[in-house]
Design a protein around this ligand. Sequence first.
Ligand code: NAP
Length: 335
Amino acid sequence: MALKIGVIGTGAIGIEHIRRLNSKLVGSKVVAVTDINLEGAQRVADQYGDIVVHQNFQDVVSDPSVDALVVTSWGPAHEEQVLAAIKAGKPVFVEKPMATTAAGAKNIVDAEMAFGKKLVQVGFMRRYDAGYKMLKNVIDSGKIGQPLVLHCAHRNPTVPTAYVTSMAINDTAIHEIDCLHWLINDEWASAQVIMPRQTSHTHDKLKDPQILILTTQTGIRVVLEIFVNCQYGYDIQCEVVGETGIAKLPEPMSIQMRSEEKLSNTILNDWKVRFIDSYDVELQDWIDSTLKGEVNGPTAWDGYLACVTSDACVKAQESGAIEPITTVTRPNFYN
Ligand code: NAP
């Protein structure tokens, strides 16, 4: 049986996910789409021939031929669209951010609990990345003892001019905010942001680079460099210092070259390529678990934790102080 999917948002990642769901993964079929830009949605539908284009997201949600939703619209629309899916009792995969504020994320958590069944999965695909999973296995095995310090970097070659300071947190570091506390089995306690000397490749609305220091409830310190105009490539680094050893995220596979008096490896420059396998594994898992009536990946609670942490980090950018990260108690529903 194929899961019949309605996609809300046919921009960059929406198009990628539709291609996956229709041509690469097993057990799914996109049957309906919409976008605020209907011409764009129609262009995507025309590529496949048998996808209905709806005028708005409400019509996708209420379409009886749609079993489940994929929300890939822009972030500010996610909360309303996920709430509509929950109201209709339909499983929903929502790209990050689940909502743009902690209050919005809490609305989703409350609505899902009131419905009485988990329906929401958030697109934190790094938890599905083979490298991060290997790193987590090493940490969980105890081979390097308790984790103490993490040295991490999230570097993009460039970003569009509309990208501003807060987006270094809620668009970029949000992946580390979700993935790193999962990696080290801990919860965030506080955040601080330090602005070092600025690159000449930035503009006056974007502080770049930034150093985000996150501390967990057990005192593990994460130092994350966010540098979104680094010029040289898309580069994700994560090194975990434990009591008895160090474990490092593997580099993406690449051929080592000896040529023209140089020893070299290629550095990727596109996030789509860096995590291409993770998106496939993530969505296949979502299809398989949805067909079983379960949520196996990051939940609405994870989406809420990420929003609370992200809000604290943005506050820390503005205040320069160490800001506490305070959440409501985890409900049993999410245990
Ligand atoms: P994008 O190319 O701008 O696509 C967003 C699309 O949603 C656009 O076509 C936009 O139309 C449309 N849209 C805006 N409001 C809408 C609404 N109310 N109803 C339906 N469609 C609406 O952006 P993107 O890169 O695909 O990103 C989409 C989401 O995925 C973002 O939340 C982003 O953070 C997330 N994302 C996640 C990852 C990841 O690694 N997990 C990677 C990339 C993106 P207009 O262009 O006309 O505004």
